[in-house]
Design a binder for this molecule. Sequence first.
Ligand SMILES: *Cc1c(COP(=O)(O)O)cnc(C)c1O
Length: 379
Amino acid sequence: MSAEPEFLPFTRPDLDEETIAGVAEVLRSGWITTGPWNARFEQALSAYFGGRVVRAFNSGTVTMEIALRMMGIGPGDEVITTPLSWVATANVVLSVGARPVFVDVDVATRNIDSARVEAAVTARTRALLPVHLAGLPCDMDALYAIARRHGLRVLEDAAQAIGSTWRGQRIGSFGDFASFSFHPNKNATSIEGGCLVLPPDADAALAERLRLQGVTRSGIDGMDVDVLGTKANLTDVAARVGWGQLQRVDAFNAGRRALAQAYFALFDALDLPGRGVALPLRDFTDSNWHMFQVVLPPDVNRAMVMQELKALGIGTGVHYPAMHVFALYRSLGYKPGDFPHAERIGAGTLTLPLFPAMRDADVGRVAHALSAVLRQCGR
Ligand SMILES: *Cc1c(COP(=O)(O)O)cnc(C)c1O
């Protein structure tokens, strides 16, 4: 009797019993929104990022928006970013009234091409917003050198990069502002949430006011509002989940790296590169392997491949179509053809299952299924 193999999603959060019990304790405690666990989570994050100041928020998106506000970025300003990211990256620039200026990606890293960034700097440029896509760090040396030369701030969209490193230092442990997300698909989750690592010149109290209606309290009954804040505080329930995940994220990332290596071994044996499939950059030092993404050749119908894999019990995803061709960004003057590398990768990219609880046998199942489906497509 052979059982149907269980459906393999492209990702799945891993919450241990200790965390689940801890959440129950928070729920019973009488204090369920922002409180002691938020503070404890922020302290643990600060320790993780080398002692830097960290504040937690209820999403990675609002974390970035608040960072841009702290930099004083608004109408008339330009922020240089990549067209190949989750649309939140460019949306937050619009949210503060500034203009996202896209620079095409490098084909090998799929990250913003640092060699093209300087040509996009204008008198209005205020900041660089690089994204460490799939956890592979951008060229931090090149980007920070450009920022220094032109007096620009840097907000690293490190939503996918917890535990990634650059020259042996964790992303977030050095540099200017860095924003992380704890969405369930990320390498560590707080259900929903995010955190901002602040540079030494930033005002952590301002981050707190922007997080909660601009309110400052004083004495037992005093209150003032001096800035327009939003509603972006993290609940203690979420913080408890995030704290539990932070204890395990390095082990998660080691597991992801080993699974990625298993993918490469099989894809090389099946000659996927020779059959026109682009594999990710082989980085087993710096990347946290947030995702394993192949780029299918242009003649292969991605939707069909996804459908066939789904029928075989394998979930896949698309992360991401190039943003500049979305209707909202076309209305700003961008058009198809502007950033050919991002468009080509966005059209062909396919995220394969990768999460720490996967077994080598799951990797084998995915690799052989993908190879078979590509054969059906004439590859
Ligand atoms: C997930 C993600 C975000 C947004 O984070 P949320 O917590 O979902 O708001 C931003 N940028 C990138 C690159 C992401 O992957």
